[in-house]
Design a protein around this ligand. Structure first.
Ligand SMILES: Cc1cc2nc3c(=O)[nH]c(=O)nc-3n(C[C@H](O)[C@H](O)[C@H](O)COP(=O)(O)OP(=O)(O)OC[C@H]3O[C@@H](n4cnc5c(N)ncnc54)[C@H](O)[C@@H]3O)c2cc1C
Ligand code: FES
Ligand code: FES
Length: 1340
């Protein structure tokens, strides 16, 4: 066949510069090309699988037929470079920079405080930039749609929305801010009469959108497109050959020559298979230049769409078709459009193709059930000819299998117009509202006899309930030929429950829920058809009022947010930044992609990459390791095993040892065994994949807490604390209740995965370690001990960290030590950057906790006694789990004064990857236990939970259960203000009315307080040091022991130094945190970073300020620069260290008393949700919080921490679920399977109030630590869901307390609602329980 290579090879542009690649490697994706070859490191790696948006760039192409240029956002991690011929790529570096000119999308996200750690920011910027290139005045819905494929783990999204809504056109806009829309703050008039209130983000002076700033599409590419010879391009890499045919004939010939070669279009399926499932294809065919695949033809009978059309193109086609066809003929088009709007994120829709979606034959494709139900057909084409094939059950043969012959391609898909009297609907339920594959979806069609409700034809297809889509044929047989009425449908539901069955072991789990969803979706279809027939006057039967909302979507429009904080006093000098909402000091660099993260450091000559090999068994002896194949892999330089460790082979955390590399026995899947070093990441990974390990399983595997308790598999000590006499209290109580709740674990999902670069200096055994950690000193010590060298030879350097949340302390030191061994052994710089899946597998997360309680209470709601027992799943090593369960006992009372209180806690040793610190360190888990207990008491007494909370809250100066005195005045103020601001009394009534009027939609509300102890109970961890240099030009360099994790510590420290030295913040620089400049640092954790490091910097600055005092006195009118130079000439040292000793905190467990915290941060949060009881889907309608953080040093940063923590808590308590297989393998290893909150999860009304007139004598400038406390406030959403579920259960006659474990996923919420459909499923399950197989996932 014709396999000609274009002489010019691949031609494309990046940021206006031409690139010619003679023979690109088909395995290279644009992301690594940008980062490794062009050194454009602004585009980030977050997941590598299209699920996070960190790698978003804009691709522009010229269409010579229609003479238009199209711009679309794409995930660079999935875009093969070989597909770029003729394209112009724009990255974050190409649109603006701090050195030249910023682009408004960069400026606004930064100034609106939408960038914390900044790792997601370039991706956000590029999604928004692409939207504006296509639509300079988008609506807010369009903004959130464009950003739906971008994840952020820090901000909580609200500030990003607020920053970007300034681009929205609004008819109501007063235009006072020029092109910026004043509506961004319209709420202020609603909430605050006083216009002069301080604002977090001023829209004055924002750069206007200026299209002349944009790079033009390269004219050369236009010429190329116009004159392009359509001949096959062929590129050959190390292992793969890539063909890009220029014509349909060539494509068919290639397919005949290489029938097993896949067609690569959007690469969103095949790319994932190759990357994550190890699928290898020696030949790939990418027909993106075959015009016939993109042809769209509208006919009277329907529309024919080329199989190569992307979802975005298909969306446009359907929108146009819907406009041009009579409404009654558009049912199928509308149903498809509805699915496409929710398919993936924008970047995926821009590349994923119709043909690819069909041929991938996903069991939960959103399109195929609708295409099948909607009578669609496709044209299959090969050299042998063409055939028209129905897209139906006979086409889909099984998982990822279709009836297409190997040499056939799909040319086009015909979507017929719906006929008169025909109704088509699509349904989809997913674990997250947007950018998530459906759990169950469906396409349903009914065709009626003319002017009748008798069903002539019916088709029902489900996705997500089998290996491929499933036709509910038995149901259809029960309905066809019968009138559409309740009796018919009731038969249909009964038939469905037998028609669609799922084994307990069915992949994906959630069996009862999925079965229940099939019924609920059919019920929704029933109501939609009733509505249709009624509108057509075919039937008079109306949908009952209480059912109307079943077919209404949940509310989704984000309203303006609101933040209230206290302004600085008028007398404060304007130069003094303390207390002002100063923008994160490197937000602009983050938004332009200039900010440097560990893996952005330039590669050096001879640098090697380390890939880590981990165990695939949960508990086994290693009998043999064979490196033979691995060492033969091209590029592999060496293998690193425990034998290569020169000195200490393990780390000890809290008394428990953890091997760096395991030699003999593995105790979890994901344990580090050895490493492979090679000249590139790809080679190292291939080498690692070729290491063959032979195991001998050890039978006593422990995964669940029940198993651990039964086998007494604990990390001791077991903690215990008691106040009063619990036994007596329980005896004397009027009622006693026992309950429990399980809180699942949580993955940190910091956007930047664990990253290390270890550089041997080459003399005197010095090692430089660049890494992403919260605790450089721990790594320094670990590396030194591992290599057997003193700490003074190891320096750790951290510029910034792309999110950490507790996950970059212990495991980071282990991984850094392994990387250091590789650098030591090879004598070369070694880089190790974990892939997202590896990171999730190896590094563990938050401990799952099982909390059980017995509570005694009085009829008046007063709790007399409570007895708690907590078990935390620690995993295979001790790590910090013992301290987590200690902290659990110190916070078990939350905000409640229970006279007789007892708690016991223990961490369990299991064969799962070890868990570790996570924002809140056990506190969110234990607080949910007590809040759940209070909800139970309220249900028992038939009272409102908020009443029980208020009755039992600490109200006056009190002692905690560990005898620490505190004054809860501000807790009570927060409570009262939150009740008032949230207007909870009135809203409770409105919710009651709503719930009476709606059977399957329920609303719920909850208000929760927190009392959170700040600081480390181990006193020595509260110390900090700083080093401040003043240079002769007056500029100041501050170094301190805190790490910039996105929490804004450097910004706050800069504010502190500015105040203390009385100079503008612009003169102060903070370069990196290094063990060279500040030794013996403590971790940036426990919400104590600014408290400690701020004080140390303050001390250093005060020393310097005093040293300059005589000079200032001599010449008070001189400038700072003059004083500094004079001081230098007078030989006054311009460098000082500052030290902060910290509070003497302690906890004496023998005496059961102590002062483990410096002070408490208080807050109260109220959230309201609307729940769809049929699907368990919910929406947070409104959240109000009042937070006491003393006097905020920087309200924008503090509010950012509050909102971000809240959203992370919302994720913990309502959506984030880690799933393990029965043999202990983590299934959830990326954003595809593990859902963190996205834009769609932001409360529709989100209001944050910082408590006014609060102060705190225990911390710098009267502020309070805020990083962790507010995470628990996300539980208000959990409790509101529980409240809504309780309302549903009440309808079902169930009023007693019930168990709803956390997270309250749609699955759990739906099943707890006890609707007629969940009951049907559970009853049928009980009837057939005998033969049930092992569940797909463990309940750990
Ligand atoms: C992050 C993410 C989110 C997603 N979310 C959703 C979602 O919510 N709903 C949903 O339905 N899907 C979702 N998907 C799946 C996505 O829709 C499909 O992967 C996509 O449609 C496949 O199209 P593609 O062009 O990328 O196919 P490719 O990956 O390029 O190819 C996939 C397969 O199709 C074959 N193929 C492609 N075109 C043809 C053709 N014309 N003729 C014959 N064979 C062909 C290839 O040989 C290959 O086997 C998601 C994917 C990702 C990565
Ligand atoms: S890195 Fe590309 S989408 Fe996550
Ligand atoms: S700022 Fe978005 S991930 Fe950190």
């Amino acid at each position: 066949m014709a396999e000609q290579t274009r002489d010019g090879g691949l031609v494309f542009y990046v940021n206006g510069k031409k690139i010619t690649e003679k023979n690109p490697d088909p395995e290279t994706m644009l992301l690594s090309y940008l980062r490794m070859k062009l050194w454009l490191t602004g585009t980030k790696y977050g997941c590598g699988g299209g699920g996070c948006g960190a790698c978003t760039v804009m691709v522009s192409r010229y269409d010579p037929q229609n003479k238009i240029i199209t711009h679309f956002s794409v995930n660079a991690c999935l875009l093969p470079v070989c597909q770029l011929h003729g394209a112009s790529v724009t990255t974050v570096e190409g649109i603006g920079s701090t050195n030249t000119k910023l682009h408004p999308v960069q400026e606004r996200i930064a100034k609106a405080h939408g960038s914390q750690c900044g790792f997601c920011t370039p991706g956000m910027v590029m999604s928004m930039y692409t939207l504006l290139r296509n639509n300079p005045q988008p609506s807010l819905d369009e903004v959130t749609e464009a950003l739906a494929g971008n994840l952020c783990r820090c901000t909580g999204y609200r500030p990003i929305v607020d920053g970007y809504r300034t681009f929205c056109e609004s008819k109501k806009c007063c235009q006072v801010n020029g092109t910026a829309c004043c509506m961004a703050n319209e709420n202020r008039s609603e909430d605050a009469a006083v216009i002069s209130e301080p604002e977090l983000f001023s829209k004055d002076g924002l750069l206007p959108l200026d299209p002349t700033q944009d790079l033009i599409f390269p004219p050369e590419l236009m010429r190329l497109a116009e004159t392009q010879e359509r001949i096959t391009q062929k590129f050959s890499g190390e292992r793969m050959t890539w063909f890009c045919p220029g014509s349909l004939d060539e494509l068919l010939q290639l397919k005949a020559d290489y029938p097993q070669a896949p067609i690569v279009m959007g690469n969103t399926n095949i790319g994932l298979d190759m990357k994550f499932k190890g699928v290898f294809h020696p030949v790939l065919i990418s027909p993106t230049r075959v015009l016939e695949l993109f042809k769209v033809t509208e006919k009277p009978e329907g529309v024919c769409v080329g199989a190569g059309c992307s979802m975005s193109v298909l969306k446009g086609v359907l929108e146009k078709t819907i406009r041009s066809f009579p409404p009654e003929n558009t049912h199928t088009f509308r149903a498809l459009l509805q699915q496409i709007n929710l398919l993936g994120g924008q970047q995926i829709r821009n590349v994923a193709t119709l043909g690819g979606n069909i041929v991938s034959a996903y069991p939960n494709s959103d399109l195929t059930p609708v295409l099948a139900a909607g009578r669609c057909t496709l044209v299959a084409l090969s050299k042998e000819g063409r055939r028209r094939v129905a897209i139906d059950k006979d086409f889909f043969l099984g998982f990822a299998k279709t009836a297409l012959k190997p040499d056939e391609i799909v040319l086009s898909v015909f979507i017929p117009a719906s006929r008169k009297d025909e109704v088509v609907h699509a349904f989809r339920h997913a674990p997250r509202k947007e950018n998530a594959l459906a759990t169950v979806n469906a396409g349903m069609r009914a065709w009626f006899n003319e002017n009748s409700n008798v069903v002539k034809e019916i088709s029902i297809y489900y996705g997500g309930v089998g290996p491929t889509i499933v036709s509910a044929e038995v149901v259809c047989q029960h309905i066809i030929g019968r009138p559409w009425e309740d009796a018919t449908l009731s038969d249909g539901y009964r038939a469905l429950i037998d028609d669609i069955t799922l084994e307990a072991s069915a992949p994906g789990g959630k069996v009862d829920f999925r079965r229940s969803l099939t019924l609920s979706l059919l019920f929704k279809f029933n109501l939609l058809v009733q509505q249709y027939l009624q509108e057509k006057n075919v039937t008079q039967k109306e949908i009952p009022n209480e059912m109307q909302s079943v077919i209404q979507p949940l509310p989704k429009h984000i309203q303006p947010s609101y933040q209230e904080f206290q302004d600085v006093v008028e007398a404060q000098p304007s130069q003094d930044p303390v207390g002002r909402p100063v923008v994160h000091r490197t937000a602009l660099s983050q938004a332009t992609g200039e900010a440097v993260y560990c893996d952005d450091l330039p590669h050096t000559d001879g640098e090697l990459f380390l890939a880590i090999v981990t165990s695939s068994r949960a508990h086994a002896k290693i009998t043999h390791i064979d490196f033979g194949e691995s060492l033969k892999t091209p590029g592999v330089v060496d293998v690193i095993t425990a034998d290569d460790i020169p000195s200490k082979k393990f780390r000890t955390f809290i008394g428990f040892d953890e091997d760096l590399l395991t030699e003999s026995e593995v105790t979890c899947v994901g344990q580090t065994i050895c490493g492979v070093v090679a000249d590139s990441k790809a080679h190292a990974k291939r080498g690692a994949a070729s290491v063959k390990i032979t195991y001998e399983d050890v039978q006593d595997r422990i995964f669940t807490l029940e198993e651990a308790i039964e086998k007494q598999s604990f990390y001791l000590p077991e903690w215990k604390i008691e106040r009063g006499d619990v036994g007596k209290g329980l005896n004397e109580a009027e009622q006693v209740h026992e309950g429990e709740i399980r809180i699942g674990g949580q993955e940190h999902f910091y956007m930047e995965t664990q990253s290390f670069l270890v550089v041997p200096v080459g003399e005197e055994k010095e090692m430089k370690v660049y890494l992403s950690t919260q605790h450089p000193t721990m790594t320094q010590e670990a590396v030194a001990e591992t290599l057997g060298i003193p700490s003074n030879r190891v320096s750790c350097h951290v510029k910034r960290v792309g999110g950490a949340f507790g996950g970059k302390v212990t495991k980071t030191s282990v991984l850094a030590s392994i990387t250091a061994v590789a650098a030591w052994k090879t004598g070369r710089a070694v880089r190790c950057v974990l892939e997202r899946g590896e990171d999730m597998l190896i590094t563990g997360g938050r401990n799952p906790v099982w909390g059980k309680y017995k509570v005694g209470f009085m009829k008046n709601g007063r709790i007399a006694a409570a007895d708690f027992q907590y078990y935390a799943n620690g995993g295979n090593t001790g790590d910090e789990s013992v301290l987590v369960v200690e902290k659990i006992l110190l916070h078990l009372d939350n905000a409640y004064n229970i006279p007789n209180l007892r708690g016991q806690s223990v961490a369990c040793r299991t064969n799962l990857p070890s868990n570790t610190a996570f924002r809140g360190f056990g506190v969110p888990q234990c607080m949910l236990v007590i809040e759940n207990m209070i909800s139970d008491v309220a249900l028992k007494l038939g009272r409102l939970p908020e009443e029980i909370r208020e009755i039992n809250m600490y109200k006056e100066v009190s002692l905690t259960h560990y005898k620490m005195e505190f004054d809860p005045e501000n807790l009570v103020r927060c409570w009262n203000e939150c009740k008032e601001k949230a207007d909870i009394l009135r809203r409770r009534q409105a919710i009651d009315i709503f719930n009476q009027q709606n059977q399957y939609k329920k609303r719920g509300i909850a208000i929760v307080p927190i009392k959170y102890g700040v600081g480390f109970s181990e006193g020595f961890l509260n110390q900090a040091a700083a080093l401040v240099h003043i240079y002769k030009d007056g500029s100041v360099l501050v170094s301190h022991g805190g790490i910039e994790l996105g929490q804004g510590i450097h910004t706050k420290v800069q504010q502190v130094a500015s105040r203390e030295l009385n100079i503008p913040a612009s003169l102060i620089h903070i370069c990196e945190t290094s063990t060279e400049s500040v030794p013996n640092t403590c971790p940036s954790a426990a919400s104590f970073g600014t408290d400690a490091n701020g004080m140390a910097v303050k001390a250093a600055c005060q020393i310097l300020y005093e040293r300059l005092e005589p000079i200032r006195k001599q010449n008070p009118k001189a400038t700072w620069q003059n004083w500094v130079m004079t001081a230098f000439l007078e030989r006054i040292s311009l460098s000082a260290t500052g030290y902060y000793r910290g509070h003497d905190l302690y906890m004496d467990w023998k005496k059961q008393e102590g002062r483990p915290y410096a002070y408490f941060t208080y807050a109260v949060c109220c959230s309201e949700v609307e729940l769809d009881c049929l699907t368990g889907e919910y929406r947070t309608l409104r959240t109000d919080m009042v937070v006491d953080i003393g006097r905020s040093i920087n309200p924008s940063i503090d509010i950012g921490q509050i909102e971000g923590a809240f959203m992370q808590g919302l994720g913990l308590f309502t959506m984030e679920e880690l799933k393990f297989s029965p043999s202990g393998v983590l299934y959830t290893r990326g954003p595809g399977q593990y859902k963190i909150p996205a834009f769609c999860d932001v409360p529709l009304k989100f209001k944050v109030y910082l408590l006014a007139n609060s102060s705190n004598p225990h911390a710098i400038y009267s502020s309070k630590g805020i990083g962790e406390p507010c995470l628990f406030l996300g539980s208000s959403v959990f409790l509101a869901i529980k409240d809504a579920v309780a309302a549903a259960r009440k309808d079902a006659g169930l009023t007693e307390p019930f168990t709803l474990n956390s997270p309250a996923t749609p699955e759990r919420a739906c099943l707890a609602c006890s609707t007629r459909f969940t009951k049907m499923v559970l009853e049928r399950k009980a009837e057939s329980a005998s033969g049930s197989s092992q569940p797909w996932a463990l309940d750990i």
